[in-house]
Design a protein around this ligand. Structure first.
Ligand SMILES: [Zn+2]
Length: 343
């Protein structure tokens, strides 16, 4: 069974029940903004919902899976002529105005199957200013029987004008048991679902991606490099070289994750129960440092902001220099960890 056919996943069920019953009652809003962490299946959820909306004989909680509308393009993923999905074109860094305009044109035409039309914009925060302005028009003058499903893990990066015109719903990260159970059904037998769930911070689809791409190995390798860098046992250059090998965009995500974990646990003082060994090592180091430096959580929060900013730069269309960005982030990291007197 394809992933799309499994929608809703267990952790999406409440949101699914809410939206499908709103649809059945004719109360579905014109536009939704689905926010939630990366790697929990927001985009698949939107495709699944589109399928439900277009199905000609939906059951109470699911599309029938049998009708012609359910079976366009094999899985129906983007294959239905009444569905359009905006994605970032290859070689491009953002969603462009022409794409939004063609989507609006598509929504204005009569439905192919005589039912509804659905547009999906995944990673909606990647719309550039022109695209967002064009979308605003469509949001302000909705066509009947058309639905817009936006998804993003950075809702704050969308213009307030867009956010205020969408119905906001959020998708939660499942608890660890659900993530492990789900992963164990989706990864090869020889892999460890517990380790993957831990590395992915319980985000199941991200865990699956790690399993497909050597991601777990890369992440562990980078985290131990980071520990070494903090201890002065390796150079910034060697760490930058490893980041280049893994991919700077991927590594920035590791850094976001590391700083999120550190800030969260240094501020709340709660020891997390399950952590990847690399994360655990860094956390112990910073916890020890916190006892002698009260400004450490604050410095970490600033670092977190810098990493987020670098992430945006790497994704921006203005020719970022990945190596320079990495050097700067890792230099700051080494300064930060060197300010811990216990090492
Ligand atoms: Zn159907």
């Amino acid at each position: 069974m394809s992933l799309l056919q499994q929608i809703p996943f267990l952790w999406q069920k409440d949101l699914w029940d809410k939206l499908t019953s709103e649809f059945r009652e004719g109360k579905l809003a014109h536009a939704y903004l689905i926010s939630g962490a990366q790697g929990i299946g927001k985009e698949l959820f939107a495709y699944g919902l589109a399928k439900f909306i277009l199905c000609s004989a939906p059951e109470k909680l699911s599309a029938c899976g049998l009708c012609a509308n359910c079976n366009y393009g094999g899985d129906g993923e983007g294959g239905h002529p009444d569905t359009i999905a905006l994605t970032i074109d290859e070689g491009s860094r953002d969603i462009k105005i022409e794409q939004v305009r063609s989507m609006s044109g598509f929504l204005e035409k009569t439905s192919h199957a005589g039912r509804a039309k659905v547009a999906i914009i995944a990673n909606a925060h990647r719309m550039n200013t022109g695209a967002a302005n064009a979308l605003l028009k469509t949001l302000e003058e909705p066509t009947e029987n058309t639905y817009l499903l936006l998804s993003t893990h950075l809702p704050g990066s969308l213009p307030a004008t867009i956010r205020s015109r969408c119905h906001k719903v959020s998708m939660q990260i499942p608890d660890q048991k659900i993530a492990i159970d789900w992963l164990s059904l989706h990864i090869p037998d020889q892999e460890d679902p517990v380790a993957l769930a831990r590395s992915a911070q319980n985000r199941p689809l991200y865990g699956l991606e790690l399993s497909h791409t050597d991601g777990l190995k890369n992440q562990q390798q980078f985290l131990s490099k980071l520990v070494q860098l903090s201890a002065g046992e390796t150079s910034i250059q060697a760490t930058v070289a490893l980041a280049k090998k893994i991919g700077e965009q991927v590594v920035v995500r590791y850094l976001i994750q590391v700083s999120t974990i550190l800030v969260k646990y240094l501020l709340t003082n709660q020891q997390p129960s399950e952590l990847e060994s690399g994360h655990q090592e860094l956390l112990s180091m910073f916890q020890a440092g916190k006892e002698v430096s009260i400004s450490l959580p604050l410095s970490l929060m600033r670092y977190y902001d810098q990493v987020q900013e670098s992430h945006r730069q790497l994704l921006s269309s203005t020719n970022p220099n990945p190596q320079l960005i990495m050097e700067s982030l890792l230099w700051r990291w080494s300064q930060l960890s060197r300010s811990i007197p216990t090492r």
